[in-house]
Structures are given as C-alpha cells and as structure tokens.
Design a protein around this ligand. Structure first.
Ligand code: THU
Length: 134
C-alpha cells in the first residue's frame, strides 16, 4: 500500500502543474484512487470573485462522480507550501458523502519532505453524512 500511495502522490504532483491559482499562488494537486483501481487527478481552480474557487480534492471527486464512480479508496494531496496540504472542511464534507471511515488521505508539503497519512475517521470524526438522513 505504501508503494501505491507514493505513486499516488507522484500523480498528485503532476496534477499540481494544472493548478490555476493566480490569487493565492498556492498550487495544489490531488490524485484520487477509486476502489476499482482508477485514478482521477484534480487541481485547485481559483476565480477573481474568490468564492467560486474549487480545491484540488473536489475537482478530482467531481470528475469521478460525473463518471459514475461512487467508491473510493484513497486520495493523495500535495500543496506548494512548507507544510502538508490538509484538506479544508468543505472537501472533508464532500469526502464524508462518498467515503467510508477507512478512506486514506495522504498529504505532502511542496518538497515531499513531510508526508502525513490518516484515515477519514481520524481526520473528521463525528461527521455528518448520508446515514444521518436515514
Ligand atoms: N486548496 C486546495 O486546493 N486544497 C486544500 O487542501 C487546501 C486549499 C486551495 C484553495 C485555494 O485555491 C488555495 O488552495 C488557497 O487556499
């Protein structure tokens, strides 16, 4: 699995090249692994009006969801700062909609010198999700 996550981080790094971040200059790439082995890449896409900005993680999720994918195993995220790029609350909520608690989130700083791996359960305990509306 560790090897797989390294490969996923490499694909996140490639995705970061596509980032459109002229306002923050903080570039983010993500690579989302589906349970059936497909990979969807995403980058952050900013906007002059600021609020329409979308994170790299959600770009990857929405591409996959459009394709009909509903089951996910892991996501790799790489930012362009000195600290690892932890997913924002909105992205965690999107993960909560589609992922189980054992979904793996691996995040890296720009240089790849600091890498943190956690599950969704660890990163967002007590989350609101589809089960709460049953
Ligand atoms: N951003 C992401 O794409 N993912 C994260 O995990 C954190 C933040 C983006 C949004 C915005 O374009 C820029 O980083 C600065 O917040």
């Amino acid at each position: 699995m560790e090897r797989k996550l390294d490969d996923l981080l490499q694909l996140a790094k490639e995705a970061r090249e596509h980032s459109y971040a002229p306002y923050s200059n903080y570039r983010v790439g993500a690579a989302l692994l589906t349970k059936d082995g497909r990979i969807y890449q995403g980058c952050n896409i900013e906007n002059a009006s600021y609020t329409p900005t979308v994170c790299a993680e959600r770009t990857a999720f929405f591409k996959a969801i459009f394709d009909g994918v509903r089951e996910f195993a892991a996501i790799a995220i790489i930012g362009s700062g000195v600290l690892p790029a932890f997913p924002c609350g909105v992205c965690r909520q999107v993960m909560s909609e589609f992922c189980d608690g054992d979904f793996i989130i691996v995040t890296s700083n720009a240089e790849g010198t600091e890498v943190v791996t956690e599950t969704l359960d660890e990163m967002m305990p007590h989350r609101f999700g589809p089960k709460d509306l049953l």
